[in-house]
Design a protein. Sequence first.
Length: 558
Amino acid sequence: MVDPDTPTTSFIHQIVRADIADGKNAGTVVTRFPPEPNGYLHIGHAKSMCLNFGIAHDFGGSCFLRFDDTNPDKENREYVRAIQTDVRWLGFDYTGHLTHASDYFDQLYVWAVELIDHGKAYVCSLSAEEIRATRGTLTKPGESSPYRDRNVTENLDLFARMRSGEFTDGAHVLRAKIDMAAPNINLRDPTLYRIRHQSHQHTGDLWCIYPMYDFTHPLSDAIEGVTHSLCTLEFEDHRPLYDWILENVSVPCRPRQIEFSRLSLDHTVMSKRLLTTLVDAGHVSGWDDPRMPTLSGMRRRGYTPSSIRTFCNRVGITKKDQRIELSALENCIREDLERIAPRRLGVLRPLKIVVENYPEDQSEEFTVPNHPGDSTMGTRTLAFCREIWIDESDFMEHPPAKFFRLAPGREVRLRYAYYITCSRVIKDNSGRVTELRCHYDPDSRGGGTADGRKVKGTLHWVSARHALDAEIRLYNPLFSVADPRAETDFDFHDFLNNESLVTLGKTKVEAAMEQHSTGECFQLERLGYFCVDPDSATDRLVLNRTVALRDSRPKTHT
């Protein structure tokens, strides 16, 4: 599924359109989304997903979901399943195009042997530390390995023995023989294969040598017939190696790598290493914690697939790195939920009102719309009785001039119900207001009066007799600064926001909330958009605030 307003004027669209016009690739377009199964997908991956699947859709092509599973040390089946779930949830179909880089290990091995045969690769017996030490710097060329001139026969023998499991981890690697003085350090005899005696989540114990990403990526693209390999800008310096690999083995086609800027979102980090640390250290409850920038976290918080796709489309595709304000994403969430979320009433910090002139043994129901702007969403019933809850923020004993809600002697409207006037304030021994006594106008049922008088304040409320107890979780940015990694001597622990989660345990919501199931979104009027959390149970309702009704944070400019 791709939104109809998907932009088609990015520089990548222009490149693809020109390639088709020139008759390249027989007019076909094939892309791929290649996540590594070493963590959960985040909002940055959503941008890449929207681009790759979107390009394929826009030009009548196809897009592969390919797992870049070349590192058994950090990959597992949990991540594979989570990634598949996220891709489907975001609205993209990969039926018939689900692959793994490990599907091609046999062919990759054949091509590695081909490089050795042609004198383009050799087995190096330096340690990883020694290889790093001899690579040189941006201003100093690297030093050739003493094993660089091993003959083809010896290299083939050693490589075969590496595959058979004869050597320990780190004893040898296979390196490309390119140029140790190349200005681009990625071309200074990069490692193509390393030994890892470790079970693989997809191939089991079939292999004990694993190809590096820079070797696997272009060749997997070629096997799948990818025409346009779309990568983020950090891979721009790797493109010469991408092209070198394709030029020096007998691939069936020549994909083209194109880079674009990655997505950076304020008040969060996108590094899988840092996100993994947040999870492992218990700073968040898991990968699906609603404070995380992961798609599973956003889904749990109540973000919709449509809103995320809209956000990615609006951010656009450029060559220039940019940071995006969190409010840009939240505005997309609000726009979508404004259309589709039913309305409910609730109070976050309950304050009891006793309507003294309402009969104690009486209750009544009001029929109210589920959405004021969409009659097709139907109606619900709202119970009213002598005792109700309002939010404590809607009352002030000594209000300032522009406070139009409830105060002693003041009349306000209860949403959908009656006009009430506060007649008495009850306090505890410490002076805290614990209860209000009010009177209602029986002739104001439904919010109007016979004399046509108007009031400025309208309050949300729930019936004390019929309301449900709820735990509400209010989420704020995980980091206290817009760009935590830009801070001097960055240690993300120093910038974690202690108020990123505020839990309210004694909130009240209307009885209709009992009908909502896990993941459903709605608007608590005047309070924000919320969804039902998976922690909810038959006797426990847990609600996550998805987003406030409006952005109240100061703007940041970077």
